[in-house]
Design a protein around this ligand. Structure first.
Ligand SMILES: Cc1cc2nc3c(=O)[nH]c(=O)nc-3n(C[C@H](O)[C@H](O)[C@H](O)COP(=O)(O)O)c2cc1C
Length: 665
């Protein structure tokens, strides 16, 4: 059209006519050629038909081949392609979308019986789980279960929506098969995720109804108990679909038989550092949709979050969340286990504190561990290693294993543990199991090894277990040589996230404050203890005086007062005491009170049938000190019903050391 307009109206018209004259015959030629192609000869038609059919069959075969997660393309073609063509965050977003819409492969194998395990009294067909962070918004739950995971964890989810840290915030370290991330809890918030979970449940019930399946048979569950409601009744009772329907039909929230859906709860960046409200809100908003809940106190990318792992704080946090969980659990038939997820960067003492706090607060389990803020010296990568954030993948494994081992030992295997950090192979999973993990989780390896990884690990695991004649359950906690944690000088601490310095300063200020408080309470406690202990005999009753006098006599010790300026004061408060020094020391070492150790000394002395040295008896009967008494009669009855004169000798254990041996109390 434009061409024609120009040709008729413009001064260039003659030239355009020439052009048209030139173009026209060529167009006619093309038309002729096309009409000739429309009538191919018979052999050509056969050949092209054959090619078409072969292409369709090959395409279908390739499609079927790709449907199976074990296909080599999912290991050797697609993951490297993703790595080459996408940045890490876009790569995982694309994967989530494919999984969400059923365009991803599936685990077509069957889980071997030897892989069955138990977590919190619930059975899992296999112990391999997906860790939090991959499906933060709960968009691809079913696609992820279809990859063969026994446990899928979504989140972390914060109460209010928040965007997380600015991009880029995720970095690949391909040489180490590792990732550094500082996502900062990018979350759509509780309400959006709750709606999504509810829609999933709704869709599932519709599908089950329209397929004419029973609710229970759709997850392959055994027939319900005779006491359970018949399925028809279940539907009748729940015209409006809700999660109680699942309880009555004995269907797990994963909507898969013997698999668990875990929901990981995080905190908003704007919430107070020490507040537990966000976790409590998470339990209330999302608890009904989960088979288990995780309290994440170990992300390195939210200011102050990791400080919640300190014993004094953690125990309080966990207790409050356990109470909230108990309220939610009352409304359902099955249990709702609550576990806490910790960092691999804690010292052994801190890890032991976590184990103690977990037991004290009656939490159900611990996930060990999250990402590390350290950069182990053995890293091969040079690019991105100094990016702020948490490191995941194989470099975390020694730290996570060590942490797991410490917690397992401290909790005496009484708290179920989930191992996580750098798991890539069946051998890795076995190491975590031996160190005490009832199940394991992975994330980073999935990105590098592709969607067939769960199946490959499971097959290899089953083969290894069968070769040993064992099951997974047999090897949990069966022992592992000590895994050394990295020496402190082998790691470089890095900033955690933009603004880390501010948060660090705040942390230092708060630790200082805490130390001050501890010092105050220690001093208060120490002076209380001093008041409670019978140091000053004038303040005590006659019974104590008698006992003391007797102890001095039987232990061959000259009564004296400690010199208030003596060097023994050290960092301890000054003491003034007339209790023999070596007995004080003994009391301290054995955790006895002074009264107890005195009593013991007198009692044991009485039991030794030897005559006292006359000089000794004489020296102790002298009225030379405030403790001396004219009541030192030979038949004087001492505390504990002992006769003073019956104390015949000084037992070795209570004998006062010579001056040279005297130790500072
Ligand atoms: C990109 C990314 C995001 C993560 N987000 C979370 C999260 O939101 N909550 C959480 O508890 N852990 C999160 N993690 C930690 C993982 O769940 C896991 O504990 C850690 O990566 C160690 O396991 P891996 O070496 O198998 O990846 C995240 C990890 C990565 C790599």
């Amino acid at each position: 059209m434009v061409f024609r307009t120009v040709a008729t109206r413009s001064p260039l018209a003659p030239a355009c006519h020439v052009a048209r004259a030139y173009v026209k015959p060529k167009t006619q030629l093309n038309v002729r050629a096309m009409s000739m192609r429309a009538r191919p000869s018979t052999p050509r038609r056969v050949v092209s038909g054959l090619v078409t059919v072969t292409a369709i069959v090959a395409g279908a075969a390739f499609g079927v081949y790709c449907l199976d997660s074990r296909a080599g393309v999912h290991r050797w073609l697609f993951p490297p392609m993703m790595e080459l063509l996408t940045d890490p965050e876009s790569g995982s977003k694309i994967s989530i979308k494919l999984l969400e819409h059923g365009l991803a492969p599936r685990d077509c194998g069957k889980d071997d019986e030897v892989l069955r395990t138990e977590l919190f009294g619930k059975t899992l067909t296999n112990p391999i789980g997906l860790a939090a962070g991959f499906d933060k918004q709960g968009e691809a739950i079913d696609g992820l279960f279809d990859l063969g995971f026994g446990l899928v964890e979504i989140g972390s989810i914060t109460p209010e929506p928040q965007p997380g840290n600015p991009t880029p915030r995720m970095f690949r370290l391909p040489l180490d098969a590792a990732v550094i991330n500082r996502m900062g809890f990018n979350s759509e918030g509780h309400e959006a995720v709750r709606e999504r979970l509810h829609a999933r449940l709704h869709k599932w019930v519709q599908r089950v109804l329209s397929a004419g399946e029973g609710l229970v048979s759709s997850v392959g569950a055994p027939a319900p108990e005779p006491t359970a409601l018949a399925e028809a009744q279940v539907f009748a009772n729940y015209p409006v679909i809700n999660t109680s329907l699942l309880d009555d039909a004995h269907v797990p929230r994963s909507l898969k038989q013997d698999r668990l859906l875990s929901i990981n709860l995080g905190k908003n960046k704007s919430s107070r550092e020490d507040s537990v409200v966000d976790y409590v809100k998470g339990v209330q908003a999302l608890g009904a949709y989960a088979d288990m809940l995780v309290i994440n106190v170990s992300s390195p990318n939210t200011p102050g979050l990791r400080r919640l792992q300190r014993r004094s704080v953690l125990e309080g946090v966990l207790r409050d969340v356990v109470t909230a969980r108990d309220d939610v659990a009352k409304q359902r038939i099955d249990s709702l286990p609550l576990v806490v997820k910790v960092a691999p960067d804690l010292s052994d003492a801190e890890l032991e504190d976590v184990a103690d706090a977990a037991r004290a607060s009656k939490i159900d389990g611990i996930i060990v561990s999250n990402t590390t803020v350290s950069r182990p010296a053995g890293l091969l990568s040079t690019q991105h290693v100094h990016e702020a954030g948490g490191l995941s993948g194989p470099p975390v494994k020694p730290l996570a294993l060590h942490a797991l081992q410490v917690i397992y030992k401290r909790s005496e295997g009484k708290i179920p543990l989930i191992g996580c950090g750098g798991i890539m192979t069946a051998e890795d999973a076995l190491e975590f199991a031996r160190a005490g993990a009832s199940a394991v989780q992975l994330y980073t390896a999935l990105a590098y090894r592709g969607p067939g990884l769960p199946r490959r690990i499971k097959d290899d695991l089953a083969a290894r277990l069968r070769a040993e004649g064992k099951t997974w359950k047999d090897i949990v906690g069966s022992g592992l040589r000590d895994v050394p944690s990295y020496a402190p000088d082998a790691v470089n601490q890095v900033g955690l996230y933009p603004g880390a310095q501010d948060a660090f300063d705040r942390s230092v200020a708060s630790v200082r404050h805490e130390i001050e408080q501890l010092r105050e309470s220690f001093e208060g406690h120490a002076s209380e203890e001093r008041r409670a202990l019978p140091f000053d005999i004038d303040e005590h009753d006659d019974r104590f005086k008698e006992l003391l006098r007797e102890a001095h006599r039987v232990t061959d010790d000259v009564p004296h007062f400690n010199d208030a300026s003596s060097p023994q004061a050290g960092v301890l408060p000054q003491r003034t005491s007339s209790v023999p020094e070596h007995l004080l020391l003994m009391a301290k070492e054995r955790g006895l009170t002074q009264g107890e150790v005195l009593h013991e000394a007198v009692h044991d002395a009485a039991a030794v049938p030897q005559a006292p040295a006359p000089a000794l008896a004489a020296s102790h009967s002298a009225d030379a000190t405030p403790m001396s008494t004219d009541k030192a009669a030979p038949d004087h009855t001492t505390l504990g019903g002992l006769k003073g004169h019956e104390a015949k000798s000084v037992p070795e254990a209570y004998r006062a050391p010579s001056t040279a041996e005297k130790r500072v109390v």
